[in-house]
Design a protein around this ligand. Structure first.
Ligand code: NAD
Ligand code: ZN
Length: 357
């Protein structure tokens, strides 16, 4: 048996206020004349956080437009802009939600790899390390801070640049940065973590490594979204660690039905990942009966309204396209339903499911 040998994040700093250490952390990675590029979620335009960014010399802040999920063309444009202005850079520091973190990872890789980010969508296609990269989450749930992928929508597929060069060199986990996220956004991104746990813990790829992290992340999600739903500084700390542990859990297993279906939805309709997962999850009693029951309790307890009827009026060819995208994600289906998954999940069955969303 061949065991997977996973590349993880190199350094992790955790703690309320640890963002203040970024200057010191970056110092040894600064190269003569080459700037640090802070790729910051556009939500922070004009916000006080900008003043705390430790700019030096020709460092630059670039705002990441995350109105839509990251695209390969967006990554290519950012990398080209930087290469045009500077021969190279000392590093890329992504500050934001999962979309900004993914953009930062991808731009770091495209500073050194030739061609387009679309050429590297897949598994282990990236051959050269990117420039030094740091991830600083301001939303918690996706696990993008720990994962070895960066999910991008390209000309033909929505697929990550999965590689040993993709994980961050450094992550900075400061719970202060996720304070004040609007309730709906906090829930949708938080549920991404909850769903990672359910899909990992009920998958056929499960092992003790994944289970240990998944069990802990699930407990933390329950504390945040079921037991004590009013906001507190402590719940932000729990959510931040849930995201980390949930990401570690799927790093050594895989996600499942919710993700496989929601990828089709977001490819075709542009539905954001967290929300898309919530839309799908509410209809998956057949696959995750307990998880769906608990998910619905969380929806009710947090006063969230999940959209309905997204796909009922779509043309047949649109649904067929979503089915193509979904069924191409073989490892997700295999994890969820076992080796003979294609006998259990037929096109007709998936069509019925999409029509319900
Ligand atoms: P997001 O990054 O798309 O951001 C959602 C919204 O929240 C944006 O409008 C953003 O501007 C805003 N925002 C960010 N920080 C905020 C803050 N502190 N306060 C208020 N608003 C804030 O949302 P997300 O759910 O974190 O990430 C989703 C993305 O992550 C998708 O593109 C998905 O594909 C990706 N993803 C990646 C991985 C991975 O392993 N690489 C895993 C899961 C999801
Ligand atoms: Zn996810």
């Amino acid at each position: 048996m061949q065991f997977r040998n996973f590349k993880m994040v190199d350094y992790v700093v955790y703690g309320r206020g640890c963002f203040a250490q970024v200057d010191e952390i970056l110092a040894p990675h600064r190269k003569q004349g080459l700037p640090m590029i802070f790729l910051v979620d556009h939500f922070f335009k004009g916000k006080p956080l900008l003043k705390e960014i430790p700019l030096k010399g020709n460092d630059k802040i670039l705002f990441a437009d995350v109105t839509h999920e990251p695209k390969t063309v967006q990554v290519d444009a950012l990398a080209q802009e930087l290469k045009k202005e500077f021969s190279s850079v000392s590093g890329i520091i992504g500050i934001g939600g999962g979309s900004t973190l993914d953009l930062a990872k991808a731009v770091s890789l495209m500073m050194t790899n030739s061609g387009s980010a679309a050429d590297y969508q897949g598994w282990d296609l990236v051959k050269v390390p990117g420039v030094y990269k740091v991830g600083i989450p301001t939303l918690s749930g996706t696990g993008a801070e720990v994962s070895r992928t960066t999910v991008l929508t390209g000309p033909v597929r929505k697929l990550g640049m999965n590689s040993d060069y993709t994980p961050f060199n450094q992550i900075v986990l400061d719970p202060n940065l996720i304070a004040g996220v609007p309730t709906d956004q906090r829930f949708y991104t938080g549920m991404d973590c909850y769903i990672h746990c359910i899909e990992s813990l009920q998958g056929t790829y499960l092992n003790q490594f994944s289970k240990s992290y998944g069990d802990k992340a699930l407990d933390l999600c329950r504390e945040v979204f079921l037991t004590n739903t009013s906001w507190s500084a402590e719940s932000d700390e729990k959510l931040m660690m849930a995201s980390y542990a949930g990401g570690m859990s799927i790093a050594y297993s895989q996600v499942g039905v919710t993700h496989a279906v929601s990828y089709g939805l977001s490819y075709l309709l542009g539905t954001k990942h967290g929300l898309g997962n919530c839309i799908v999850m509410q209809h998956l009693e057949e696959y995750y009966p307990q998880g769906v029951r608990e998910f619905k309790q969380m929806v009710a307890k947090n006063n969230i309204t999940i959209p309905q009827g997204l796909c009922k009026d779509l043309a047949d060819e649109q649904v067929e396209k979503m089915i193509d995208i979904s069924l191409s994600l073989k490892p997700l289906w295999e994890n969820a339903l076992g080796k003979d998954w294609d006998k259990k999940m037929t096109r007709a069955k998936l069509k019925e499911l999409y029509r319900k969303l």
